[in-house]
Design a protein. Sequence first.
Length: 582
Amino acid sequence: MQINQEQLKKFILEAGLISRSDLEAEEKKAGGNKQSFGDTLLSDGKISEADLKKMEAYVLGIPFVSLATEKIDFSILSFIPEPIARNYNIIAYKKTDTSLEVAMLDIDNLPIIDFVKKRSGLKVLPRLTDSASIKSALLQYKKSLQAEFSDIIQKESNSLDGSLKDEVEESEEELKEMADDLPVVKIVDSLVSHAILQNASDIHIEPGENDLTVRYRIDGILHDAMVLDKKASAGITARIKVLSNLKLDEKRLPQDGRFKIDQNGQRVSFRVSTLPTFYGEKTVIRILRESSHGFSLEGLGFHGEALERIHDSLKQKTGMVLAAGPTGSGKTTTLYTMLDMLNKPDVNISTVEDPIEYQMPRINQTQVKSEIGLTFANGLRSLLRQDPDVIMVGEIRDKETAGLAVNASLTGHLVLSTIHTNSASGAIPRMIDMGVEPFLIISTVKTIIAQRLVRKLTSGKKEYFLSSAEIKNMAKYVDLEKMLRILKEEKVIGPNAVWDKIPFYKPVKDASSEDGYSGRVGIHEVLKVTSTIKEMIIKGSSEDEIETQAKKEGMTTMLEDGIFKAISGETSIEEVFRVISE
């Protein structure tokens, strides 16, 4: 539904929003800048966005809506998940039995309209709005959680008086009764549903001296979601323990459990951990979307030489491919993506994991249960009797598991696994430290991938150029000539580009994001164990020496890959250094 520019100019002039001379000047400027007429008016401050959108709506013959002061019912707002609303500037605000009215900045975005239609099962009626309306509505996602809890507490005040009591020594029967109380059930259900809606990876429920703080980890950053009365702590913790089959009256020792729910047809698993603290039990819930699929190595952020190295390693029939990095760096997702590539009818794939984060068809997945003796090592030992071609071990964390994984790769299996180290070269001394002999490492380990996750910039990002001092400072951390060569080879910059003319980007807070970031992408380094590096491992070379040699042989470090993605406009330099320095 294209806007007729001539009609738009006519209506703006007739409405008296600008003078004819200004209109002609702006029209000429728009042509010179290859911008739309409306964008030029906005950038020069000749017209407000609200007025421009009203004129565009008039030209298109559709209603303009302002939501800046509107209170939207959360049941309607939630037809569109907050991440989708933020990324595509679309808000559901009014519903009938057959239709859903949505406010948008771009009504030509047909794929998102189709998505909302399929998700809601209703006819979608697009309406034009402005950024202030979108921003106001997006804030309501966050406010609605606190408001929803306030409503629950008010409606169920009599019941809450009995259930939200101070944390004294309640009996198991009292705790069970508290956990099944309707207001507490509603509070925990709301906590979980809002976390899923906001695409959070973790929920932190933290008791303080006088209150209970709930925080969500979104895109790797913790955000305060709400603060509850301290009296709610016992009931909420008891409810989560009931769902996770944990001991209600055990408050002195940490406990771990799991539970699952179905939400809007999506299977979601939750890994629960409780920990005694000074003011009571802290609970952390990890959210695992089991049905997630459709990843690709390119989509995860791999490119160029690193991508080729992984493809080469997956063509091998034997050996080990390791993914390294701290907790929450996306290692398991990378392994699942590689498993998906290997998942063919003629290949038998078995895994032993803790937890099973994604369920995959045609792959035999085993959950570790250490309480009954099913450890990584025991599970792997059993897998070897199941005639697998490819084995995935969730984590190599001890000598026994490492030894079995090495043995499996020596006896005709391709083994994929994760290891907790900060760099690709650091995985080698870590394995030696676990008791694996160097000659076995060089016989089995083919490729080591190290990674981190950085937040992605939104489309409202701002372009800027580095000063000579900033370029000089960056040269302390990365090889500038090497970076230029890689950027030119992958056609990110032109053949004659120089550093002071290469654009970088900064986050801009706008209606789609409060901090200018949305979503995450990986930065990686992929170390290929070449004959030279094998010799260094046998000689007992240090981690730094191995990394130096790997860089000489073409390895791009995580920091260099981060700079590459900053220049590509995916993230900012500040975000890369924040993550690398953690």
